[in-house]
Design a protein around this ligand. Structure first.
Ligand code: ATP
Ligand code: MG
Length: 242
């Protein structure tokens, strides 16, 4: 029986057939503004709020205040409270980039990783993480080592990755093979605003819905619409049906 970790994000667990496989690493890819960080924030917050699972949020891109503001903008009202309580551990870019090399940063994080209290982890983003390394071989070695450490310590992980094309033209990076799952967030501009979609292209050990589903980002974060026709009805014209 495979254990699943629910994201608690409306509609997403349903298309994942229940959630993400426990202790796995999933890559969340998409263009800038696609909603990768929001998905990560909700995943960590819902862990505490809905499932009594503590989480660690590593941000190479934002500082504590940015994260708090981003969380509050999507209705994660108790973000600060959970951080103060230690239910959510945040390492922001200031802390993560304060060390000269990744080994030192990893040493700083290891204690928390091995603390069995924490079950969820977000790394935002892999692109910034990669900047630690000049050398491709070294980067790959560390990425593998890092993934192993997460798995060994029972952390179910989302790693965000800036990747425009859902099917890259060339150079399918190591991260695509390394991770157990791939979720793509897609967005297209239209006359009536941006249309957003989510596509779960891979989820090891799991039978998933591989269609592309519409999603929205609102004041309450991400909602995935399992039923595409219902979604297009709601968004026909400029004002949604009340
Ligand atoms: N309350 C809200 N209502 C509607 N849309 C929102 C709301 N808050 C944020 N957004 C939208 O969410 C998107 C930002 O999402 P997010 O920061 O998660 O993107 P990202 O994929 O992490 O981008 P980047 O690669 O630049 O870090 C923006 O397009 C923004 O317009
Ligand atoms: Mg982001």
């Amino acid at each position: 029986m495979i254990e699943l970790t629910e994201t608690g994000i409306d509609g997403l667990d349903a298309i994942l057939n229940g959630g993400i496989v426990k202790d796995s690493t999933t890559l969340v890819s998409g263009n800038p503004g696609a909603g990768k960080s929001i998905l990560g924030l909700q995943y960590i917050y819902n862990g505490v709020d809905m499932f009594d699972e503590k989480g660690i949020y590593l941000s190479f891109e934002e500082n504590q205040q940015d994260l708090r503001e981003a969380a509050e903008a999507i209705g994660l009202e108790q973000w600060s409270e959970y951080v103060e309580r230690g239910d959510i551990l945040v390492y922001d870019k200031k802390e993560l980039l304060s060390k000269n090399d990744f080994s030192s940063s990893l040493d700083m994080l290891l204690e928390d990783f091995t603390d069995s209290d924490y079950e969820r982890l977000v790394l935002d983003s892999l692109a910034m993480f990669n900047l630690f390394f000049d050398d491709e071989r070294e980067r790959r070695t560390y990425l593998l080592k890092f993934s192993d450490i997460l798995k060994e310590n029972g952390l179910t992980t989302l790693m965000t990755n800036e990747q425009g094309a859902a099917i890259p033209q060339s150079d399918i990076g190591l991260e695509n093979y390394l991770t157990d799952g791939n979720i793509y967030l897609l967005q297209t501009p239209t006359d009536s605003g941006v249309k957003r979609y989510v596509w779960v292209s891979k989820m090891r050990k799991q039978n998933i819905e591989t269609d592309i589903f519409p999603m929205e980002i609102t004041d309450s974060g991400i909602t995935v619409h399992e039923n595409a026709s219902e979604f297009s009805m709601m968004n026909h014209g400029d004002s949604p049906i009340q």
